[in-house]
Design a protein around this ligand. Sequence first.
Ligand code: NI
Length: 286
Amino acid sequence: MSTSLPPEAVDDFRREGFWFPQRIMETDEADRIARRFMAFTDSDEARRYSDPQNQLYLLKAHLLFAWADRICHEPRLLDAVESFIGPDIMVWSSGVFWKAPHSGAHVSWHQDSTNFELEGADGVIRAWVALTPATLANGTMHFLPGAHVNGQIAHVDRKEEGELLSRGETIDLAIDHARTVPVLIEAGEVSFHHLHTPHGSGPNGSDEPRVNYVITFIRPDVRPRVGPDSAMLVRGHDRFGHFEHEPRPDAEFGPQAMRAHRRYLTMRNAILYRGAVLPEPPNHPV
Ligand code: NI
């Protein structure tokens, strides 16, 4: 059964720059993944990788984690994505953003287009998957509606304490907070936004962690402005060849998966951190 979205949802997205909610998995499945992920961050296994910048799971989680690979191929998610960008779909990036209980971690107001270096913003869609409920108390993401039609707005790098963005890239625009829309969704639901939609999120003031898995889907005709770059084909065909194709993980943290992860993470870091200090990829013990 197809779970594509009604035309009104797509119209809403074009007008507002975002759309939610859509359920893509059951609540208990999302809970299980969130608990498993939180246990991983606190495990000896995670500590083995000497990974101060959380690069194991920030940019290319689908190349290492079986649950991430599964979500990227989930038909209910891909049907919704297809409603926005059509039948040929690649995963350009995917990562876990999480905030500990009562933590000051936050994300400054920004547009995702700022350092992605992708040409063809209308062929890109960000899927923000809630693995725990997203609420006002736990610092959910807010959108500025309708602002995506202005295209790219200038940003300045403002990396501060608690900032989760790699460079602290912050939009150079006064945000009218009375107009912003909070993303209030349940675990197992997803919110979609355009590459040019300004968004930000606050600290988690609740007693539970907030865990989100964020995927950037692209149409294969999107072009990297600088390269080489890579992506994983998850539905349809790539008739353009702009991106090197990433392999699905052979096994969670399997040797082949770790080699691919290191290769494509290094490739992506060279793009995202252009002109800044390049982070060391995690030390995969393979
Ligand atoms: Ni963002």
